[in-house]
Design a protein around this ligand. Structure first.
Ligand code: CUA
Length: 309
């Protein structure tokens, strides 16, 4: 049975240790107090009518003991927690920095080599990572359970967190601050690679294993990878944005009442400049994907939309 999530960062075991420490202390006292409670209830129950309890005055020894022991325990818990907290708030000097931008409803990551990724954070194993984070709109919160790190993203200021990933693999990233309709779909992945793999990725030499897939298949992957699914359904239902089902080749009514046909150029413009031709009945909430996704990816998405009849 897994009591806690997987341990995949240097901080995870420290956080777990504090939690177990407090849990065990609480459990020991809970059991002790419960046993005494039941014992006293039976031992000193009323046995006959008119039974009088003896008059007992306070005991300084007892009161001193039950004041000092819990005080010491609380101080130990505080100091232990504070030491770990301080460690978690102090990134090492040689940390690898990645900028994180949260917006309704996707994660954007910017790397030193100029790369930008959406909803997927790529980092090397065994190196301290410092995330410098901000929001373009409302509050979001970056949470990776396997790393035991969580931090709010706030518009107009930078917040940060750090950790050293200790295991290669893919880990879940959640937004844990309610940020509107698409909050529950504001999910991402953290991909921890070996240092060699990361070096290749940084230089853009990673193998394009997916390049052999047909464009519509790639588009289908991008639909979730790029966070389109937060606002656009593929089953005809209206979410925050219009559905993609039956979109291609059909007429779309715009806010000013004019109609346009949703062809390749319309979809391309809608991705790059979402506010240029607003669809009637929907608000101006979509961020521009200019500079965030490539022309290739736009073509793949269009190919995918064409299959959604
Ligand atoms: Cu972003 Cu919840």
């Amino acid at each position: 049975m897994n009591w806690v999530p997987e341990v995949a960062s240097n901080l995870a075991s420290k956080v777990d240790a504090v939690i177990w420490f407090i849990t065990v202390i609480s459990l020991v006292f809970f059991i002790l107090i419960s046993i005494f409670l039941v014992y006293f209830a039976i031992r000193y129950r009323r046995r006959q009518e008119n039974e009088e309890t003896p008059y007992i005055t306070g005991s300084h020894v007892l009161e001193t003991i039950w004041t000092i022991i819990p005080s010491i325990l609380l101080i130990v818990i505080f100091v232990y927690g504070f030491v770990v907290y301080k460690d978690m708030r102090t990134p090492p000097e040689d940390s690898l920095e990645v900028t994180v931008i949260g917006r309704q409803w996707l994660w954007q990551f910017k790397y030193n080599n100029g790369k930008t990724t959406l909803n997927e954070l790529y980092i090397p194993e065994g190196r301290p990572i410092k995330l410098v984070m901000t929001s373009e709109d409302v509050l979001h919160s970056f949470f990776v359970p396997a790393f035991r790190v969580k931090q709010d993203l706030v518009g107009g200021m930078y917040t940060y967190l750090w950790f050293t990933p200790t295991k290669t693999g893919t880990y879940e990233l959640y937004c844990t601050e309610y940020c509107g309709t698409g909050h529950s779909t504001m999910l991402g992945k953290v991909i921890v690679m070996s240092p060699q793999e990361y070096e290749k990725w940084e230089k853009g030499e990673e193998e394009k294993a997916v390049a052999s897939l047909p464009p519509a298949e790639l588009g289908k992957q991008l639909y979730t990878q790029r966070g389109c699914n937060a606002c656009h359904s593929i089953d005809g239902s209206s979410l925050v944005g219009p559905t993609w089902k039956g979109l291609y080749g059909h007429e779309v009514v715009l806010q000013d009442g004019t109609k346009v046909t949703a062809d390749e150029n319309y979809i391309r413009e809608a991705i790059l400049e979402p506010q240029a031709k607003m669809v009637k009945g929907f608000g101006p909430v979509m961020p521009s994907f200019k500079g965030v996704i490539s022309d290739d990816e736009i073509s793949d998405l269009i190919a995918y939309i064409k299959t959604l009849k």
